[in-house]
Design a binder for this molecule. Structure first.
Ligand code: SF4
Ligand code: SF4
Length: 487
C-alpha cells in the first residue's frame, strides 16, 4: 500500500487565494477548494487514498477528491510514499555481493557560449568608494594585467566567442570595465569585427555595454544608436546619493558631470531601452527615492538595484537592519509595479520584472547565473574566467582566448556548483529561484565559490515570496500582461 504525502512546494496567498509554488517544475498554481483541502489533509502525516477520500467526504464527492488527487500527483504537488515496514528479524550475516562497477560517465555535451563579457579596461576615471577594482576583495592580481585590452586581443576574443558559440544562431558581446568607454576605440573595432564575422557565419550579434556615463559624448552616442548597442548606466541616484560614493580621484562628486550626458543619451538613443544600475550601500538604501529620481525625473526606462558585494567589515557593507530597509523599499516598489501592470502600464523596477519573467518561464535554476555556463568573461590580456568579476583571476582561470579553455575544468566547476550539491540549500523552498547565489559573492564572503550565500537567505526568501505574490496576482487578473514574457 502506498501513502499520499506532500510534494516539494511552497504555499503562499495571493489575490486572496491559496497558491503553491512547485519546486521541481518551478510552476505556480492557484489552489481551488478541493486541492487546498487535500494538501492540508496530508500536511500532518501521509494518508492512504481511501483515508483521504473518507476524510473529505463530508465536503466533496469521492469522484471529485479522486480527480483532485490525480491532478496533484501529476503536478507533483503530491507524491506517494511507502509506509515504513516492521523491522525484519535479525538474520545470520551473509557475504555482501561485490558492488557493480560504476557505469561509464555519458559523454559530455559541449556547452555553447552565448555571451562573452569583454573587460576592455580595468582602468577607471572614477574612484567609487565601493569599487571592487580597488578593494581587498579583488581577486585579480592588480599589477599582473595590462590596464587596456589591445585591439589584437579584442579580435582574438571575438574569434574565441564565435568558435565557442557552436551552432547557436545568436551571440551576445557585452563590454565592461573599469570604465568601458576609456577604451572606446578598441570596443568599437571589436564590435565591427564581430559583425563582419556574424554576417559571414549567419549569426546575429547583439551588443551591450555598461558605463559610468562620464565620457559619453555625441559621437559615441551616435555610434550606440547606429549599432543598436544596449546601454546600462551605473548611477546611484540624485546628487547627494551619487556623490556619496561615485567620486573622482580628487574627491569631487560625479553627478554634475554625468547628468547632462545621461540626458543626451536618453534623448538620442531611443532604439533600445536604457537602464540604470544602482549599487546599494549602508548609506544609500532609500530605493524609492533613488527610483523616483532615476526613472521619473531623469527618464531611464528601468532601474535595477544590487547590494554592494563586499566583505562585511567594510564600512559601506550593508548591515542586517539595512537589508530590512532594502527589503521594505523593494516590496514597496513591487506594489507599485503590480498597480502599474494591472492598469496595463510600464513600471521600470527591473528586479521584480526579471524575477517575474523567470517565474513565468518556469525556470528551476540549477545555477544562480550563466557564469561558466553560457557566459564567460575575458580579461584585458585575453585570460578567460567564469564572468566579468572573475576575468583575470589566475586562481579561477579557465584558459585564454588564444589557447582555448579547459572544458573539463569548466564542466567540473558546473558539476560541483550544481544546486543539488549545495547541501545547505536542499531544504530551501527558494532554491529554484536563488540556486545558492553569486559565486563571486560567495568567494568574497567565504573564500569559496561553492558555498551558498547563507548571509542573505532570509532576505532572498522574503523577496522571492513578494515576487511570487506579484506574479500570481497578475496571472489571475492580467494574464495578458504576462504574455510579454512568453518569448
Ligand atoms: S542560498 Fe539560501 S536562499 Fe538561496 S537557495 Fe540556498 S538556502 Fe535558499
Ligand atoms: S558569478 Fe556573480 S558576478 Fe558573476 S555573473 Fe554570476 S551573479 Fe554575476
Amino acid at each position: 500500500m502506498r501513502l499520499l504525502a506532500p510534494g516539494d512546494y511552497h504555499t503562499f496567498t495571493a489575490d486572496g487565494a491559496p497558491h503553491v509554488y512547485l519546486l521541481p517544475s518551478a510552476a505556480v498554481f492557484r489552489l481551488d477548494g478541493p486541492s487546498a483541502a487535500v494538501l492540508e489533509a496530508v500536511r500532518e502525516a501521509p494518508l492512504d487514498a481511501d483515508g483521504l477520500l473518507d476524510r473529505l467526504a463530508p465536503r466533496y464527492t469521492r469522484a471529485l477528491v479522486q480527480e483532485t488527487i490525480d491532478e496533484l500527483l501529476s503536478a507533483q504537488a503530491l507524491r506517494t510514499v511507502v509506509p515504513p515496514r516492521a523491522p525484519a528479524p535479525v538474520a545470520a550475516p551473509v557475504a555482501a555481493p561485490a558492488p557493480a562497477p560504476p557505469a561509464p560517465a555519458p559523454p559530455r555535451k559541449r556547452i555553447p557560449l552565448t555571451t562573452l563579457v569583454m573587460n576592455v579596461t580595468s582602468k577607471c576615471n572614477l574612484s567609487c568608494k565601493y569599487c571592487y577594482e580597488y578593494g581587498e576583495d579583488r581577486i585579480t592580481e592588480p599589477s599582473s594585467k595590462p590596464r587596456f585590452m589591445s585591439e589584437e586581443t579584442a579580435r582574438q576574443s571575438v574569434d574565441f566567442m564565435f568558435a565557442e558559440a557552436g551552432d547557436s544562431p545568436h551571440v551576445h558581446l557585452t563590454f565592461f570595465g573599469g570604465e568601458t568607454l576609456l577604451n572606446f576605440k578598441v570596443l568599437r573595432a571589436a564590435l565591427a569585427y564581430a559583425q563582419e564575422k556574424g554576417a559571414a557565419s549567419g549569426k546575429t550579434v547583439d551588443a551591450s555595454l555598461t558605463t559610468n556615463a562620464t565620457l559619453l559624448r555625441d559621437e559615441i552616442i551616435d555610434w550606440m544608436v547606429e549599432q543598436n548597442v544596449g546601454v546600462t548606466v551605473s548611477m546611484d541616484g540624485a546628487r547627494e546619493q551619487q556623490d556619496a560614493s561615485r567620486i573622482f580621484a580628487n574627491g569631487q562628486g560625479s553627478y554634475d558631470v554625468v547628468l547632462p550626458r545621461v540626458r543626451a543619451l536618453l534623448a538620442r538613443h531611443t532604439r533600445r531601452p536604457i537602464g540604470a544600475r544602482v549599487t546599494l550601500t549602508r548609506d544609500n538604501l532609500d530605493v524609492r527615492s533613488i527610483y523616483r529620481h532615476l526613472k521619473e525625473e531623469i527618464g531611464f526606462w528601468e532601474v535595477g538595484f544590487a547590494p554592494v558585494t563586499t566583505s562585511w567589515q567594510r564600512d559601506y557593507a550593508i548591515p542586517d537592519e539595512g537589508f530590512e530597509e532594502m527589503l521594505a523599499g523593494f516590496q514597496s516598489l513591487a506594489r507599485d509595479y503590480l498597480d502599474y501592470a494591472l492598469a496595463g502600464r510600464h513600471h521600470g523596477f527591473s528586479n521584480v520584472r526579471d524575477t517575474i519573467q523567470e517565474i513565468h518561464k518556469g525556470v528551476a535554476k540549477a545555477y544562480p547565473c550563466g557564469a561558466g555556463f553560457g557566459l564567460l568573461g575575458v580579461a584585458t590580456d585575453g585570460e578567460v574566467g567564469l564572468c566579468h568579476r572573475f576575468a583575470g583571476s589566475s586562481t579561477h582561470s579557465l584558459g585564454t582566448v588564444t589557447g582555448g579553455i579547459d572544458h573539463a575544468m569548466r564542466e567540473d566547476f558546473l558539476d560541483k556548483h550544481h544546486i543539488d550539491h549545495k547541501t545547505d540549500c536542499r531544504q530551501c523552498w527558494a532554491r529554484s529561484l536563488c540556486a545558492g547565489g553569486c559565486y563571486h559573492e560567495a568567494h568574497t564572503r567565504y573564500g569559496d565559490t561553492a558555498r551558498s550565500n547563507l548571509h542573505y537567505c532570509e532576505w532572498i526568501r522574503r523577496w522571492s515570496a513578494t515576487c511570487l505574490e506579484t506574479y500570481a496576482t497578475l496571472a489571475a487578473r492580467r494574464p495578458d500582461y504576462l504574455r510579454q514574457f512568453d518569448a
